[in-house]
Ligand binder design. Structure first.
Ligand SMILES: Cc1cc2nc3c(=O)[nH]c(=O)nc-3n(C[C@H](O)[C@H](O)[C@H](O)COP(=O)(O)OP(=O)(O)OC[C@H]3O[C@@H](n4cnc5c(N)ncnc54)[C@H](O)[C@@H]3O)c2cc1C
Length: 417
């Protein structure tokens, strides 16, 4: 069914009895041309673009839980293209352009809201760094405006400008940045892939990868063996574990990242705001909840849940920046498992095993990457050539040291990116 305003009206008048399931629930076939392991944002968008752009529909997505139950449904929904380094810059720029047409492409309301993002700075040195980043964004063809303190105060009057420790000097404004409804992105890609013939197979855990003479032959799953010519690993925080099934040791550590939401409030924060002296970022959801997050837990873990030390750490930063949030009641917090790479940038590449491909290392920023990641990974899997805007995301940069993209300039330490 094609979704439209007319359908909403018609279904409303006829008791909402005409809506069908958004996708099928097929059993796995014995063999496919392509298997995608992982039904998160990146796996689903890869499947969608394989079908939509390359006409490859003998494809299945294998998801151990339910579609969208991983990080794609746990993030703070920020979408931006404000990277500074060549390699990242053109990729995220490409992604933002795909976001801007995504609702038409998918015929699905992903609630993409370009409400603007402001990165605050608190020293002369930070201002210089943001000025440089803004210039890189403009050179890439994206938008960036350096705001002084008064301009920020006019836009964000609720911040504490008088704090003596980290006074606000200004902000880098990225008007096309914003948010999107994270689950809807998974659902929109799932529906689009399903309509083109891709099998989306839930409750199907991959437990082994079959390799013969250096070539992938298929996978073992909790629902039996499935043969395939090509297999893509797109499992975010579980990347090291699944790659180990093919005998690979990845340069990835898994860390928990937490997020928090308050009770619903009247509109109060109408941008995405990030604090430059503490890792804290905030926006307000369309339901009214203040959605915010901060740092990783700093130690590797597979526990997708929150804990009190990080709640204290994040809330302290939030209270320093905007004391008004102390009046809001926190509704819940949660965690997701992040696939952290040593330079903070992702991997989209072939592996040394013929027919086995890898997409991982998204760190904090994989939600905004979903459209471009799927687009470029599908291109790589279909053509065996890297897409132009993802050509820098090679796996071997961690063995050769050539082409590292350390956006934060923190060095080779997974938990600092
Ligand atoms: C709290 C939090 C806040 C974040 N905020 C932002 C943000 O504001 N902006 C941003 O850009 N990014 C953000 N991110 C990062 C972003 O959410 C992730 O980088 C991105 O979602 C990861 O890719 P994915 O959607 O494919 O992952 P997932 O949704 O985790 O998908 C991977 C899937 O693989 C499945 N899987 C794993 N092992 C197997 C197996 N053996 N067999 C079959 N299936 C398997 C999992 O069940 C899972 O569904 C945030 C993340 C978190 C946790």
């Amino acid at each position: 069914m094609r979704y439209s305003g007319f359908q909403v009206l018609w279904q409303g008048l006829t008791g909402n009895t005409g809506w069908g399931p958004a996708w099928r629930d097929p059993d796995p076939k014995p063999e496919y041309d392509i298997l995608i392991i992982g039904g998160g944002g990146h796996g689903l968008s890869t499947a969608y673009y394989l079908a939509a752009e390359h006409g490859l529909t003998n494809v299945a997505v294998l998801e151990k839980g339910y579609l969208g139950g991983g990080n794609i449904g746990r993030n703070t929904t920020i979408v931006r293209a404000n990277y500074g380094l060549p390699g990242n810059s053109e990729f995220y720029s490409h992604s933002l352009k795909l976001w801007e047409g995504l609702e038409d492409t998918l015929n699905y309301n992903v609630m993409h809201s370009q409400r603007g993002m402001i990165n605050l700075f608190h020293s002369d040195g930070q201002r210089d760094a943001y000025a440089r980043r803004g210039n890189a964004m403009i050179n890439q063809g994206d938008d960036a405006i350096l705001l002084d303190r008064d301009a920020v105060r006019r836009m964000l009057p609720y911040l504490d400008y008088e704090q003596t420790r980290f006074p606000i000097y200004g902000g880098l404004y990225h008007p096309r940045g914003g948010t999107a409804r994270h689950d809807a992105v998974a659902w929109g890609y799932a529906r689009g892939a399903d309509r083109r013939g891709v099998d989306l197979i839930q409750n199907c855990e991959v437990t082994g990868i079959d390799i013969e003479n250096g070539k992938v032959r298929g996978v073992q799953t909790s629902r039996g063996a499935i043969r395939a010519k090509k297999v893509g690993i797109v499992v975010a925080g579980r990347s090291s574990q699944v790659a180990a099934m093919a005998g690979m040791r990845l340069p990835i550590e898994s860390h928990v990242l937490q997020a928090f939401v308050t009770e619903g409030l009247k509109p109060v924060i109408d941008h995405v705001v990030t604090y430059g002296m503490g890792h804290f970022y905030i926006s307000q959801s369309d339901k009214g909840g203040l959605v915010f997050g901060g740092d990783l837990d700093f130690y590797p873990s597979y526990a997708a849940r929150g804990n009190l030390p990080m709640a204290e750490h994040v809330l302290e930063a939030g209270m320093t920046l905007m004391p008004m949030i102390g009046k809001a009641k926190m509704l819940r917090s949660w965690g997701g498992i992040m696939d952290m790479s040593p330079d903070g940038s992702p991997i989209i590449d072939r592996t040394h095993i013929d027919g086995l491909y890898l997409n991982c290392g998204w760190c904090y920023g994989g939600f905004k990457a979903v459209p471009a990641s799927g687009h470029c990974f599908a291109d790589l899997m279909a053509t065996d050539r890297p897409h132009d805007v993802a050509a820098g995301y090679r796996l071997d940069r961690f063995t050769t040291g050539k082409g590292l993209m350390d956006e934060e300039a923190t060095g080779s330490q997974h938990n600092l990116h």
